[in-house]
Design a protein around this ligand. Structure first.
Ligand code: ADP
Ligand code: ZN
Length: 208
């Protein structure tokens, strides 16, 4: 089962990709997480990526394409994987088609008000990258998984959020047409709570 999770920032791609990954024991491959790990470790790739991610711009295609190609070669991807945040442009999708066989593309959608609420209230563990929302944190300021401090991502500030949504509409949304034409696209309206939307995803994928 090789899946792509598509959709605007803040729609819940990462949350649902993680749940699916845990349920089926296949890796969640999040290019955002991989880039942030590189930035944190100060690798050359991280240094190159940082200027883009901070501004809410996309990192150049070739950087993420090489990163994902390399990742999919790892043995844990043999039984399947979930791509979360990749591809994000048509050239990335075209490159992916040359080195991966995708079974389905789950396109998560939600109204802009919901997306803005999700992004504005998002908190991330600075140590393990786990994601939370303030409405479910009950005032907690540390990560339930590792105890790390929860922070507001630099690119989750209002101006950058607005810019990321523009970038999504301009550069990523064309992928919906691209994958519809391949017959792989499945639309899911992800406007409920996490449990409800996840059940819906299992259902459309025939995984219940
Ligand atoms: P979200 O889905 O919340 O926007 P991500 O963690 O997926 O956030 O991505 C954060 C940032 O990392 C993006 O704004 C972009 O700068 C960079 N990034 C992640 N994936 C890609 C990609 N496939 N292509 C280009 N840049 C990417
Ligand atoms: Zn943590």
């Amino acid at each position: 089962m090789n899946l792509i999770f598509l959709g605007p920032p803040g729609v819940g791609k990462g949350t649902h990709a993680k749940l699916l990954s845990e349920r089926f024991g296949i890796p969640q491959i999040s290019t955002g997480d991989m880039l942030r790990a590189n930035i944190k470790q100060g690798t050359q790739l991280g240094l190159a990526a940082k200027a883009y991610t901070n501004k809410g711009e996309l990192v150049p295609d070739q950087v993420v394409i090489d990163m994902v190609r390399e990742r999919l070669r790892q043995p844990d991807c043999e039984k399947g994987y979930i791509l979360d945040g990749f591809p994000r442009t048509v050239p990335q999708a075209e490159a992916l088609a040359a080195f991966a066989r995708i079974d389905a593309v789950v396109d998560l959608e939600a109204g802009e008000d919901i997306i803005l609420g999700n992004l504005g209230g998002r908190r991330v563990c600075r140590d393990c990258g786990a994601t939370y929302h303030i409405r479910r944190l009950d005032g907690a300021t540390t990560c339930a998984a590792c105890g790390g401090e929860l922070i507001h991502r630099a690119d989750d500030q209002p101006d950058t959020i607005r810019h990321r949504l523009e970038v999504y509409h301009r550069q990523t949304e064309p992928l919906i047409t691209y994958y519809r034409e391949t017959g792989l696209l499945i639309n899911v309206l992800a406007e409920g709570d996490i449990e409800h939307d996840f059940a819906l995803i299992l259902k459309v994928l025939d995984l219940e």
